[in-house]
Design a protein. Structure first.
Ligand SMILES: Cc1ncc(C[n+]2csc(CCOP(=O)(O)OP(=O)(O)O)c2C)c(N)n1
Ligand SMILES: Cc1ncc(C[n+]2csc(CCOP(=O)(O)OP(=O)(O)O)c2C)c(N)n1
Ligand code: SF4
Ligand code: SF4
Ligand SMILES: [Mg+2]
Ligand SMILES: [Mg+2]
Lengths: 594, 293, 594, 293
């Protein structure tokens, strides 16, 4: 077995997420590729909590589809996660026998799992460790026992974790683990399943989540200033910066609200520093005005929006991809603001760096559009050779240019060298008011048109950055998938599976989501007869945005739905299959389908 | 300026080529003059000064100076200025704007700027009206005032900016009027020299939409220099007591100056930078922090 | 002569706008159709100011193109208005002779006006009235004299205007007027031009601007609550409400900022009242978050955005149509928010009323997207028979429904009866958090999908409201214009002129700008081979939005440019002409043009 | 309640079916209980009550009552509540939320709500931390506090909510703690009965992220009822003096109650409505105002 998806749920106190953390750390250390997502109810403490851990000997692109293993510490909580923890006929179900549910009548309508184990998890925990708190350790023992994963590393991890709390606790947990393991050995699986050993050398993998990766990438990219206001699921970036910024001579500020959060960051950028702020939808809404100011004042700024379910407060703890319209269009006036989206923890490094580089090179705010899944899931990352990346800096005026300096000079490429306070001779007026080349206010329609044109022109080269697009599959494929953000990983797997089934399919994943790179899409779509733009949003926002600028082939449809209803690779493969069948029909029927 | 140092700057060094487009007679002209004088006395070169404002007639002031200016958006001058100062504490950072900009839309930022206590100087041109948008009620407009948005008279008590900022814990609070240019230039200079957040509320007449008792002439007749009242500017409670009279009296001079100003945020940040320097992984190796060992 | 466009410019103190006001009032009283636009520099007082007055015996749809008459009290100020006061060879130019400019070398590069008069306007004012302040009255006399307009009514108006200031001032102004008139008589035009008499009966016309019309329409529509924050060019609506709301038992509140402005209005709506707020771009940006709240809480609310030049503070006193993206898309999460746009002062009445009706019927925020020109230009309006309009009210629960009330019940049409505090049995939880039918918070993906679907479904009928679209011209025309907002009036005239030239053209003007009514456009475009979506914005935002949902014919292009650069009917006619010529070419060349 | 009137409501009438999802032991449970009691004593039927909140753990409170609730967005409860009250002054309007909601993101609305003085009751559950978002600094967090956003200790002075609102001119200001349920229910009831804007700051422990000295146990040990201190609640200056000790002491009870509360905005609005009624054109003929005569 080379791939295993484990889903677990319980009440807040059950330590389900902590078990997941132990498991993935151990697996990562051993060299497995792994991914872990968490999901909670709305309670801060107590309430339901769950996690999914996927382990594989090959790279994993998404948290997987149906569970191979389901662990329910109680059924009520487990069921609250619905499609997030899908059980199928081939799932091994493990649950607390105290729930009193009979293995033959699990509360899983329409599904009869192949193997079901009612385990007295609580009893075992109390027996081994004298406390219910060890339930999660028992579960780890069960998993290690049945699926042969990472025994030593888990134990090592537990020892480390509880070391501070004393030897007694370490031993109690070892006992609980062993008891779980023993139960597994005593009740073998009907169809034994054991994970293959990983390939890489132990201890070489990185393990982190999207938010921490983003913050670290920002440090790498030279960001020396963070200011923001806390909001789920982005607060971790601020938490990273308020702790680490100082080590690099930078600073971080928790502000009184989102306007102040982006305002201070913009001030820092005006002062010559690379700066960022981070938020989620409600905060992005409040930052709208100052985002527009950053555009007209031509100041570099990176704004991270970790998308969650909307509108309004919406579903704060769930992933959705519904802030794209907002990211691209939320400014009054004519504004062009690049939007970049990472698709996984790993590429969050490069995409964040690109965001800073683009911001600096073009003197523009850049929206970095992450989502709750990418931001908060943990993922193993293969070591990144950072020496192959360039860190860009804004173009400052030369001594000669300072002789006769005009901050907003009309240059050929639309980028004007930018000074900052402290630079003698570079003194200028920054303004949200329309201005002339010196930054002085104007009400002239002619100047306004010229400045609008400049602000758009300077960003045109972005649309030719084919390195910001990932295209896979055969060049002339007639079937296509387009996906962005966390859904891209699902589509990557779907495209691979479909190809292995013999379907003629290709995939496009943009890191640069806006502006729309017309030619890259035109080229991509040239061979395409049918396909899907796959998104986790009710409206299918990327599909609509593509239509604005590109003649999307009539057979390419939007495949989209509301957040907290994750896609699975297999359903996308199924859609591709039907599309392929439809393509066999006479051409007319397709044309009239639209 | 320490003795022996040659005075290097004159007011003209801070005057930009832009001609102010304020209405003839507007009090903001006087504030601008006082600012030129204060800056000339301070003696920092213009390029080391960042001058941030919001939106309003008064917020146009940075453009009339040779400093780096940032005429930002309505109500957000303080956050932007704090970002500038924290990013580069070596700069002299000035903030200016109107009563609407500072106490209405921007009012939520004031307490936090004060408790954070960066070394900024904030000059409010308080004309008790919205000038730029043509005469609506401002938060400092007196109760009952008739304006285009209160043709039948307003229902609200005005805010008392002096009392607020004292209650917020501001360590330097002063008031001035262009009717007394020397005094105004003095308090602005003193505010700039004060190490920490300093506020100067200037009763700057709006000749176009302002009330009669808020014009230069009335100011000249009624203003009461705090010095002449024997007020001790190191007594916060006394300052608050005097501040109560904001709406009825025109006190000028320093209401409160902390005798022992606490450390500023920017200074603390510097210290922390020094203390933490080199403690983290080098930027190029930052990802090593995620290695599973 | 049945149509006359007069443009005047001077310094702030010159009373240019006041002269325009006198002229249009008099003309309106006499029964002319008339329109007046004003334009200023950035100064509050002093600085340059200008106005354009267009008079006609037929309905006028826009402020006109090149000036028939140009009045310059000084050239420096006049020239600052550039394309806003375009002078052509057939313009009669009148200017202050004190400027010292020779009639043969006017500072109008490339233009040699047919008739030029240097008039000692200042001297005449001082001679007649003893003060420069009467300059504008002299100008009125000159215009009345040369073009034979509204003599009596102007004098009557002056008398009224100065009555409060005493008889002496009235007489002084009469003298100034007469002196101007006499000058005109003494220096007749080479080609005499005199306005035809109007048809209607005197005193039957309304005269007002878009902001006042909007406020009055809101009162008519039952709006009882206004709260907002001042911003040019929308403040007049608040000024109207703070004065008049009380007369109807309503209330108005000037708030501390835009969030409070929309927040209080939303509160009033929650409390059961019809409510509105008004703003311009920067304020709309700040209202974004609460707009999203209104959508998910399903509360009726009308938000007026009077567009000005952007981005950021931009050009606060100039018209632009660049807030459409913002109006349609500025919310995080999936939100569908109707956007309506009036095209002139007259239809502002009905469009405002529709906004309230749609808000109430569908329990949704509605964005009323006016622009600086419509909002601040004065226009004669033919009497409106208000009895033919219906005022709608939100659907409240019946007694039976209150027995088992669920605020967000899934109904067939997606609209759930809405209660409000004070209504017994209707108690519910309003929330920005995703909720179930009772308003209780949920984190369920299933419920989220169902509620998103409901919130979109309920607005679907809007797209079939063909009464919110104006289509003119021959049904099968191969040429088309699409225009919205203040530019629609220019296109209306352009389409008429083009048709009279024999071009086969039709015009579509949407009041409902978003959501895009796919079928109405599809039907409209069916015959179309070429044409333009005409907009005053750098990006051509409507054109892009249409493409999102409609297959816009390849030959239909975006004709758009930045604000403060007004379109003229004649240039659009010219574009249509070229398009018509291109259509004669073999079809291939058109297809490859895109 | 006037004598002779039968008490009609019990606490259970205000309790909704929704089970609170606060952490076990959270202080907000106590605030909710106190609110039930106060409402039962007040005796207004639930459907005549509008209960508005922002976002935060504390802001969940309206949903646990049977009143009309509006769990709005972060920091905007006060403007929404004012809209409700002005639209229908007959309603009893309650506002609640956290220290972050009220004094950080929503802080700009507080002075204006106070100077407008509508008849609202605002209950702040001040736990000196951001609960819902898992433990970041709040504006009332003590200087130096280590949290997830200040692992090295915070640099800022906390805001002093009691002193602020007194400086803003609030006419009723009280403080309570769930450690003293009776006292808390009493001040909430008194605040509701007070004609005008009334603020109750509740030191409501966050058991998950809060500091030890902000837990029920510590409150019980240290709280000082103002009554027992002989404080005269009609003396604003004395109240401000006591309020200075916000960070160090836990005073409970009424800090200030105006002996002669000024008219409320909603009452003035009503008067104006009466006075102006019928003065305008009827709605159907409103356009006549634009006729050129
Ligand atoms: C977000 C936003 N809201 C509103 C405005 C409109 N506006 C510009 S200045 C101003 C108030 C001006 O008053 P004040 O701050 O007192 O300055 P003054 O003109 O009196 O000097 C307003 C409401 C704006 N530009 N931006
Ligand atoms: C506009 C916006 N910004 C940020 C957030 C995230 N957020 C929700 S509650 C909260 C603060 C909670 O603290 P507090 O108001 O003190 O309430 P408590 O949870 O402590 O009761 C924050 C920052 C949000 N929901 N909306
Ligand atoms: S409107 Fe008032 S504040 Fe503005 S420039 Fe004129 S006088 Fe000064
Ligand atoms: S996190 Fe704190 S404030 Fe929130 S429910 Fe838990 S104990 Fe209460
Ligand atoms: Mg002002
Ligand atoms: Mg709190």
């Amino acid at each position: 077995m080379d791939d295993l998806v484990i889903g677990m749920a319980g009440s807040g106190g059950d330590g389900i997420v902590s078990a997941g953390e132990s498991l993935i750390s151990a697996a990562a250390y051993e060299g497995y590729h792994a991914m872990m997502t968490k999901s909670f109810g709305s309670q801060v403490r107590g309430g339901e909590s769950s996690c999914r851990v996927r382990l594989s000997t090959r790279r994993v692109h998404n948290p997987g589809g149906n569970l191979d293993v389901a662990v329910a510490l109680n059924w009520e909580d487990f069921l609250k996660f619905g499609a997030e923890l899908p059980v199928s006929g081939s799932t091994v179900v493990i649950y607390e026998s105290k729930t009193g549910v009979d293995p033959s009548s699990l509360p899983l309508p329409g599904v009869t799992p192949k193997e079901v184990f009612a385990v007295p998890i609580g009893d075992m925990a109390r027996q081994a460790a004298g406390t219910d708190k060890a339930k999660n350790t028992v579960v780890l023992g069960l998993i290690a026992g049945w699926f042969g994963i990472a025994r030593e590393s888990i134990l090592r991890g537990l020892a480390k974790k509880f070391a501070r709390k004393g030897a007694a606790l370490v031993e109690a947990n070892e006992r609980a683990f062993t008891l779980g393991e023993k139960f597994a050995k005593d009740h073998p699986l009907a169809t034994p399943r054991s994970m293959d050993k990983p390939v890489g050398r132990p201890g070489a993998k990185l393990l982190t989540d999207g938010n921490d990766m983003c913050a670290a990438a920002a440090v790498f990219g030279g960001c020396d200033f963070f200011s923001g206001y806390p909001i789920t699921p982005s607060s971790e970036v601020m938490q990273f910066y308020t702790k680490h910024a100082w080590e690099y001579g930078g600073a971080a500020l928790q502000c009184e609200d989102e306007m102040a959060g982006i305002g201070a960051a913009l001030g820092a950028s005006f002062a010559g520093k690379k700066a960022m702020t981070a938020t989620s939808g409600p905060g992005l809404s409040l930052k709208t005005e100052i985002l527009g100011l950053a555009s007209i004042a031509e100041l570099p700024l990176v704004v991270l929006d970790v998308q969650r379910g909307g509108p309004s407060t919406g579903l704060p703890t769930k992933a959705e991809q519904s802030d794209l319209f907002q990211a691209a269009f939320s400014a009054h006036g004519d504004v062009l603001r690049p939007v970049l989206a990472p698709t996984c923890v790993s590429d969050t490094f490069q995409v964040t760096l690109e965001a800073f580089n683009i911001a600096e090179r073009y003197q523009t705010p850049v929206l970095l559009l992450s989502d709750q899944e990418v931001a908060q899931r943990k993922e193993t990352v293969d070591p990144i050779d950072t020496s192959r990346f360039t860190v860009e800096h804004r173009k400052v005026p030369t001594e000669t240019e300072l002789q006769d300096y005009a901050r907003f000079r009309q240059t050929e490429d639309g980028v004007s060298p930018i000074s900052h306070p402290g630079m003698k001779g570079g003194n200028y007026q920054g303004a949200g008011i329309e201005h002339n080349e010196h930054g002085n206010p104007t009400a002239s329609g002619k100047m306004h048109a010229a400045m609008n044109e400049k602000r758009f022109r300077k960003l045109a080269p972005l649309k030719r950055r084919s390195d910001l697009f990932h295209i896979e599959g055969s060049r002339n494929a007639r079937l296509a998938l387009v996906a962005w953000g966390s859904v891209a990983g699902v589509c990557r797997e779907a495209a691979e599976r479909a190809a292995s089934e013999g379907l003629d399919v290709k995939l496009l994943v943009p890191w640069l989501v806006y502006p729309v790179a017309e030619e890259i899409y035109r080229d991509f779509f040239a061979s395409v007869r049918a396909g899907f733009v796959v998104e986790l949003s009710h409206q299918g926002q990327l599909y609509r945005i593509l239509r604005m600028f590109v003649d999307v082939p009539a057979g390419v449809a939007s495949l989209s739905r509301s957040g907290a209803n994750p896609f699975q690779p297999r359903e996308i493969v199924a859609q591709l299959r039907s599309a392929a069948v439809a393509l066999q029909q006479p051409a007319v029927s397709i044309a009239s389908e639209d | 300026m320490s003795p022996g140092v040659v005075e290097q700057y004159q007011t003209k060094d801070f005057k930009s080529d832009l001609k102010p487009i304020w209405c003839p007679g507007c009090g903001d002209f006087g504030v601008l003059q006082a600012m030129y004088r204060a800056l000339a006395n301070i003696g920092r070169p213009p390029h080391e000064i960042a001058f941030v404002s919001g939106i309003g007639c008064s917020s146009r002031i940075p453009g009339y100076t040779t400093a780096y200016g940032f005429n930002s958006v309505h109500g957000r001058a303080l956050p932007i200025a704090q970002g500038i100062k924290l990013a580069n504490p070596d700069l002299l950072v000035l903030v200016a704007g109107g009563d609407g900009d500072g106490f209405s839309i921007g009012g939520g930022h004031v307490p936090h700027a004060i408790r954070r206590n960066m070394d900024l100087t904030y000059v409010v041109m308080d004309n008790q009206i919205y000038g730029l948008t043509k005469g609506q009620l401002s938060p400092t407009s007196p109760r009952g005032l008739k304006t285009v948005t209160s043709e039948l008279g307003s229902f609200e008590e005005p805010v008392n900016p002096l009392l607020y900022v004292l209650a917020y814990g501001a360590n330097f609070v002063a008031q001035g009027t262009p009717a007394d240019m020397t005094g105004l230039a003095e308090v602005i200079e003193e505010a700039i020299r004060f190490p920490g957040f300093a506020l100067v509320n200037v009763r700057s007449p709006c000749v176009t939409y302002g009330e009669e008792d808020q014009q230069i002439k009335a100011h000249r007749a009624h203003m009461k220099p705090l010095k002449s009242l024997g007020h001790n500017p190191e007594d916060r409670l006394a300052a608050m007591d005097l501040a109560q009279h904001y709406a009825r009296e025109l006190h000028t001079g320093v209401f409160y100056r902390s005798p022992s100003p606490p450390p500023t945020f920017d200074a603390l940040a510097r210290e922390r930078q020094k203390e933490r320097a080199g403690r983290g992984l080098p930027r190029e190796r930052i990802l090593d922090m995620f290695l599973q060992k």
